[in-house]
Design a protein around this ligand. Structure first.
Ligand SMILES: [Zn+2]
Length: 531
């Protein structure tokens, strides 16, 4: 069985323009765990405080498959492993597994590190042994391995051997520059496997030559049993090997059971979840999981594909949780919606008419730019509206936002809301550092006294994406809000051509959801305020 090692949270975040908060990273880790990934590299504790916070909070995550792994480098030149601060920081994370990288290309050792070739071998061997002695699982990333092997195979192999002698649980061959072709990867991995019998080998490929997935798969074929990559192939330059495609290929085409059939069905959902959380538009043409990955076009082909899918589809889309759009799949849609509703505590099994209405509603909303992948709470509010169990906590008469830029450079925003609660009308005004903050403040002033649970609800994250301009209308803005009450967190979505209106929509869903699921220590929320 191939070990799947995810580095979305470390190498993936090197992607230009991508930044993940600690909360984002924790949410992504939980979903990768659902998918059945074995190791999740959380970050580089020696390099930044955000990663240290991640490791501290990751201890609270109840993961069922994955082991959180800390990343770092070997001890420094001339420093014994036991006195190296970087290695100490790795141990301080408390992670059961650690991964360290070291140089495998002699050119880098002498020209970049300015160390002797023997000193580099000492650093690798001693660092791995030190971490092993501390009781950790240790992976060794042989940096620039393929380029190093081409230049000086005996030395690149000696580095791997040093890591193996130190006790490494896997020696990972890295194509750091990403330009090696599959033919070379296959040959080199075979030679290394022959030279180092009994050593567990891994592959870490970058996509500069558009071959990262292919390189990872041929490496497995040639003897690697540990594969490193990132969700959706995120990573610097042209990206890392895309674990989404790799996992699908391993299970569906190479007969490997790295994840179960049930876990594989989460592939599309997890891929989109990571994209939305990273605020990167999901690629509709991404193999296996893209919205267009199984969308057939052209009359004859489409109807033939519907009649005889195996003749036109390389795998059954349902196995990776995707849908063939032409086959549509009224049935698949119904079943997954009923399941999703059950997860949210809403029983739809007896109401097929409601299911059809909701499906139509979702299709229409998605067309307008909504996305429910990270907005379960909005989905719940929408479901309740459709099946008639929705009781609003308040109704809006109007809101108004004023922004003022002052002479001293300060920007002030003021919001006024007119709200009806239990037959009474309230007007409240609040200031804030931006329109959402001000609206949130005004809304709380207006209804806070009726709903004690509101005090615990806070907005923890706010993401804005301008969606493509659609024909005939202007650009549409999608706002995603993440909220929590210290016990749980939930996501909501709003879409409008106006960013403030989109924000208001996501804000209202967030508060509706928070009030209908109050914290366990808050008194049951009353819907009939007695004024
Ligand atoms: Zn890398």
């Amino acid at each position: 069985m191939v070990t799947i090692y995810d580095t979305t949270l470390r190498d993936g975040t090197q992607r230009e323009g991508m930044s993940l908060s600690v909360d984002d990273k924790l949410r992504i880790a939980a979903r990768l765990d659902d998918l059945g990934v074995h190791y999740i590299e959380g970050g580089f504790p020696g390099s930044n405080p955000k990663d240290i916070e991640f490791f501290a909070r990751a201890r609270e995550l109840a993961l069922s498959n994955a082991v959180i792994t800390a990343f770092g480098t070997t001890c420094r030149k001339g420093v014994p492993a036991a006195q190296d601060e970087g290695l100490a920081a790795l141990l301080d994370t408390g992670c059961a597994a650690v991964c360290i990288f070291g140089k495998a290309w002699d050119l880098h050792v002498t020209q970049a590190l300015h160390a002797t070739l023997d000193e580099n071998l000492r650093m690798v061997r001693e660092s791995v042994a030190y971490l092993k002695d501390a009781g950790r699982r240790v992976f060794f990333d042989a940096e620039h391995f393929f380029d190093g092997y081409r230049a000086h195979p005996a030395y690149a192999l000696a580095v791997c051997r040093a890591a193996a002698e130190g006790g490494a649980d896997a020696v990972v061959l890295c194509d750091t520059n990403g330009g090696t072709l599959p033919q070379a990867v296959a040959r080199v991995v075979r030679e290394v496997a022959e030279a180092l019998p009994g050593v567990t080998l891994g592959i870490h490929a970058h996509n500069d030559g558009a071959c990262a997935v292919a390189n990872s798969l041929v490496a497995v074929d040639a003897g690697c049993t540990h594969v490193q990559g990132t969700a959706n192939g995120y990573g610097e330059r042209a990206g890392n090997a895309d674990l989404i495609s790799i996992v699908a290929a391993l299970v569906l085409k190479m007969g490997d059971d790295c994840v179960s059939a049930d876990q594989l069905r989460l592939l599309t959902e997890v891929s989109h979840f990571v994209a939305e959380t990273a605020n990167v538009a999901p690629n509709p043409h991404q193999p296996y999981v893209g919205a267009s990955a199984f969308a057939h076009k052209g009359g004859v082909h489409a109807s033939a594909a519907a009649r005889l899918p195996e003749a036109y589809e390389h795998v059954d889309p349902a196995r990776v949780g995707n849908l063939a759009r032409v086959v549509v799949s009224e049935l698949a849609g119904r079943a997954s919606l009923t399941m999703k509703a059950a997860e949210l505590g809403i029983d739809l099994t007896g109401d097929q008419a409601a299911v059809a209405r909701v499906l139509d509603g979702i299709k229409e909303l998605e067309h307008r730019g909504y996305s429910f992948e990270t907005a379960d709470a909005s989905l719940e509010v929408m479901l309740k509206k459709e099946i008639g169990t929705y009781v609003p906590f308040f109704t809006l008469e109007s809101f108004r936002c004023i922004m003022e830029k002052r002479e001293d450079g300060k920007v002030m925003t003021e919001a006024t809301v007119k709200i009806h609660v239990g037959g009474h009308r309230f007007i409240a005004t609040a200031e804030g550092n931006g329109p959402v903050n001000a609206l949130d403040g005004a809304l709380r002033l207006a209804i806070g006294r009726f709903y004690p649970a509101l005090g615990a609800i806070q907005l923890s994250d706010f993401k804005v994406r301008v969606l493509d301009e659609r024909k005939g209308t202007g650009a549409v803005t999608r706002v995603l809000i993440e909220s929590d009450d210290g016990e749980k967190s939930w996501g909501t979505v709003g879409v409008s051509e106006n960013i403030i209106e989109a924000s208001w929509e996501a804000l209202v869903d967030s508060i509706e959801f928070g009030l209908s699921h109050p914290r366990s220590d808050v008194r049951t929320t009353t819907r009939q305020p007695n004024v």
